[in-house]
Design a protein around this ligand. Structure first.
Ligand code: FES
Ligand code: FES
Length: 169
């Protein structure tokens, strides 16, 4: 069996690991690193439950090989909260009932996280378009859209607060 060494940064930690060249990123994250917030919902690259950020961009981790993140940075749902406090987008999903079973939720949040980093106040149409590759079998989507809108507000407020703190210093 051929084994390849990779170095990557996952949720802010440097990782060195040995993987098979055919190992999918989703399996590497779940099985080698124990990051089970990355879900597997299909065999067809359709559901988006496995979404993570690679160098800040939302990707379906079942469509990438682990070797492809050599030298790159990966963020999973476990990596977006700070100091054990939920990220504003996570809080928004909780408050606006953006989840039921939660299976799709990490993917929904990370896909939306990527959008909001690039477009802090998206329209509903932009939110829907951005989530078109993520499937939810429970919520009917409206509460997810409302969660992302509310998350955008919370993220803007948090940014303003951080900027005010920098000015005070
Ligand atoms: S598990 Fe990756 S898209 Fe469904
Ligand atoms: S909340 Fe159950 S699949 Fe989306």
């Amino acid at each position: 069996m051929r084994i390849v060494k990779i170095r990557t940064r996952v949720n802010g930690k440097d990782i060195q690991s040995e993987v098979e060249p055919r190992e999918l990123l989703v399996h590497f994250l779940r099985e080698n690193l124990g990051l089970t917030g990355v879900h597997i919902g299909c065999d067809t690259s359709n559901c988006g439950a496995c979404t993570v950020l690679v160098d800040g961009k939302a990707v379906k981790s079942c469509t990438m090989l682990a070797v492809q993140v050599d030298g790159r940075e990966v963020t999973t749902i476990e990596g977006i909260s700070k100091n054990d406090e939920l990220h504003p987008l996570q809080k928004a999903f909780l408050e606006k009932h953006g989840l039921q079973c939660g299976y799709c939720t990490s993917g929904m949040i990370l896909t939306s996280y990527w959008l909001l980093k690039n477009n802090k106040n998206p329209t509903e149409e932009e939110i829907r378009k951005n989530l078109s590759g993520n499937l939810c079998r429970c919520t009917g989507y409206q509460s997810i859209i409302e969660s992302v809108k509310y998350g955008a507000q919370l993220m803007m407020k948090e940014k303003e607060k951080e900027e005010q703190q920098i000015e005070v210093r």
